[in-house]
Design a protein around this ligand. Structure first.
Ligand code: BGC
Length: 394
């Protein structure tokens, strides 16, 4: 077809002006920002961005709401779907969740992701043993990290916050007597450094997992812990987008309870970090001397109730727990960038089925909720308990 330039302009103008009378298309949702996002990791990005309520957790919560007959509980439960939380990329297959999760992130939100697939994962426990075996580090790099990097690079207009490999480096500090952790050590160090280096993109801010006050907060662990993390950071070439650490991930510690929950325990004198606020402060000072950025985000997803654990180290599906503080950058401590929900409350920490391959005795302890399904699997009863015990209430 051939037509004059003026005809072409008239055609274009009428196409633009013509109101659509037959089709009512939904306005396109605002996805990401209009231009590339640059996160300044020397500042607290949570002052500007809100943790996104990702659609995977939203769907889990909505399904849970569907099972509730009590109307006041059900209207409270609906509100949980709107709370921002992190999405766990815990297997190569689950990288498939990332593209769909990106579809509804507005410019003012930041999508939280947990990088969690190291070879020989969860070396000191069994509940979260992963898909990659010790030695499969090149698979971790090429089939896991590189794939995530490609997707993040393809979405420069979206902001991302990453928690890097929960429990891994802390296990190397305190569980080096275990053969499993000795075997995992080289892969953890290499893998974390590789992740930090490759994921160092302008639209990404990273926090390396640092356990919690009842783990690296012991006086004897503070310095070696900070040095272990700083070593990974430096091995990665001191990436600009690393902001510091994530603490209390999937944990139960109180933020500023004083005296702390375990301050009457016989060994309390060996731990001056009896709450997370003190831990972030003291560990942060050690990070600074070790030459690593030291700001923190703290998981408050399930820490509403104290006094439930028999021992500080009890980590599996603690019975009686409740949803804690909602994500916010108002922490009252400069070193703490934000309270966030990292563990999706309602997903299990590990199975209580003693015959399962990944059964860990911690999930059978007296203070653990039973029955509980495999790690990461939804537990409706547990979710309802978290909701009933939430502080503040929903
Ligand atoms: C599990 C993961 C899961 C995550 C969040 C971990 O304990 O091992 O599979 O994605 O919790 O629920």
């Amino acid at each position: 077809m051939k037509f004059s330039q003026s005809a072409a302009l008239a055609f274009a103008a009428s196409a633009l002006a013509a109101p659509s009378t037959t089709t009512h298309q939904k306005p396109a949702r605002a996805v990401g920002c209009a231009s590339a996002v640059t996160l300044d990791a020397s500042t607290n990005v949570w002052k500007k961005y809100k943790l996104h309520a990702n659609q995977f957790y939203r769907k889990e919560v909505e399904a849970a709401v569907g099972q509730l007959s009590d109307s006041s509980l059900s209207s409270a439960a609906k509100k949980v779907a709107d709370v921002g939380s992190f999405l766990w990329l815990d297997t190569i297959e689950n990288i498939g969740k990332l593209e769909p999760a990106l579809e509804d992130v507005p410019c003012e939100n930041i999508l939280g992701l947990v990088i969690y697939d190291l070879p020989g994962r969860d070396c000191a426990a069994k509940a979260s043993n992963g898909e990659l075996k010790v030695g499969e580090i090149s698979k971790y790099k090429t089939e896991y990290i590189d794939k995530i990097v490609t997707i993040l690079k393809a979405h420069p207009n979206t902001a991302f916050a990453l928690v890097i490999e929960p429990d891994s480096l802390p296990n190397l500090v305190t569980n080096s007597d275990l053969t499993t952790c000795q075997n995992s050590a080289a892969g953890y160090r290499d893998g974390v450094a590789y992740a930090l280096k490759q994921l160092n993109l302008p639209n990404v801010v990273m926090y390396i997992d640092a356990g919690h006050g009842g783990w690296l907060g012991w006086d004897a662990n503070l310095k070696p812990g900070a040095q272990e993390l700083a070593k990974a950071y430096k091995a990665a070439g001191s990436p600009k987008q690393v902001r510091g650490i994530a603490t209390n991930v999937a944990g139960w510690n109180q933020w500023d309870l004083s005296p702390g929950e375990f301050s009457k325990a016989s060994d309390a004198k060996y731990n001056s970090c009896q709450n997370e606020k003190t831990y972030v402060t003291k560990f942060g000072a050690e990070l600074k001397s070790a030459g690593m950025p030291n700001h923190a985000i703290v998981d408050t997803g399930r820490n509403a109730v104290s006094g439930l654990r028999l021992e500080w180290g009890d980590w599996c599906n603690v019975n009686g727990a409740g949803f804690g503080a909602r994500p916010t950058s108002e922490t009252g401590l400069d070193l703490a960038d934000a309270f966030v929900w990292v563990k999706p409350g309602g997903e299990s920490d590990g199975t209580s089925d003693t015959s399962a391959n990944r059964y860990d005795s911690f999930c059978g302890k007296e203070d653990a909720f039973k029955p509980s399904p495999e790690a990461g699997t939804w537990n409706q009863e547990y979710f309802e308990m978290l909701l009933k015990n939430a502080k503040p209430a929903f």
